[in-house]
Write a protein of this length. Sequence first.
Length: 299
Amino acid sequence: MSRIGHNKPPPDPKETIKRNIDRRKLIVDDGIGKYKNIPLPTWIELSLIDVCNRSCVFCPKSDSSIAPDTYQKMSRSLIDKLYKDLKKINYSGSITLCGYGEPLLHKDIEYITNKLSKVSNVEVVTNGDVLSAKMLRKLYNANTGRCLVSLYDGPEQIEKFKNIIRQAKVPEDFVILRDRWYDDSQNFGVKLTNRSGTIKIGNQVSNTMHSICYYPSYQFLIDWNGDVFLCPQDWQRRQTMGNMMQEEIFDIWTSKIMKKYRIDLLNGKRTNEPCKSCNAQGTLLGVNHAKMWRTIYKI
C-alpha cells in the first residue's frame, strides 16, 4: 500500500478525494473473505468516543441538538469481544477508527490498535490536534496500519505535521495528510453528504440523485456501546442493526434487518430511514460485494 500513501496534498481537493477512494478500493473491493459461504465485510468503522474537540460546519457535531458530545467511550471489554468475533470468522478486511468523534481523545487508543491489529489492518482518522511525535510513534509501535490526518486550518499545517513525522521517526507513508481547509464553494475538500438529512451546508445534491447503495453490502459502523449501524452516514442513530455485546458480529451481519436494508438498497429503494434522507453516492465502493449478494438473494 506504500505506493498510494501520501503526505503531500495535491493543489486540487478533488484529487485528494480521488486518491482516498482509490486507496480504499484496494482494501474494500479485493480479497473478499467468506464465512459459511457468506461474503464478509471488508470495512468496519469504530466510533471509539462520542466527543470531538472541533466543531466543523459540515459535520453534525456542529449542532449540539443533533450530535451532542456525550463523552461516552468504547470499553476494553467491547474491543476484546470484537477481536474474538472477528478472529472466529477469519476476518481479513480493515478497521478504521473514526466514527462520531475524535479517536485520539480515547485514552486506550494504544490498547485498541494493538489488540485489533492482531486480526485486521487498523487505520486511525484524526484531525491531528492532539497528535504529537510521541503519540504518532506510539500508534506506529501499536501496529496501526496507517494514520490519516485531516488538515482543516490551512496549507501551513503541512510542514507542522511533516516535522512531527520526522521527529517520530516513522516511515513517511505511514501518515496521509489530507487537505480539508477549503470553503463551502469547494465542499470543504470532503466528499460532502447531508449525513442522512442532518447537514444542508455546501453544494448538496438532492436525496433523489442516488438510489442504489452498496454500503450494507461491504461495511458497517460500531458505536461506543456496541450498537451496529448500517454506515457512518447515520449520525442520528435512527436504526440499529443489533448490538455486538449481545450477539456475535456474524449473526448481526446476516440478520433479517440487515438483509432487508441490503436488498432494498441493491434494488435502489431508499424507502426507510436513515436511507430515505440520505444523499450519499453509495456505489463508489463495494461493487464486488454487491455482485455476490445479488447472486445470494437472486436479485
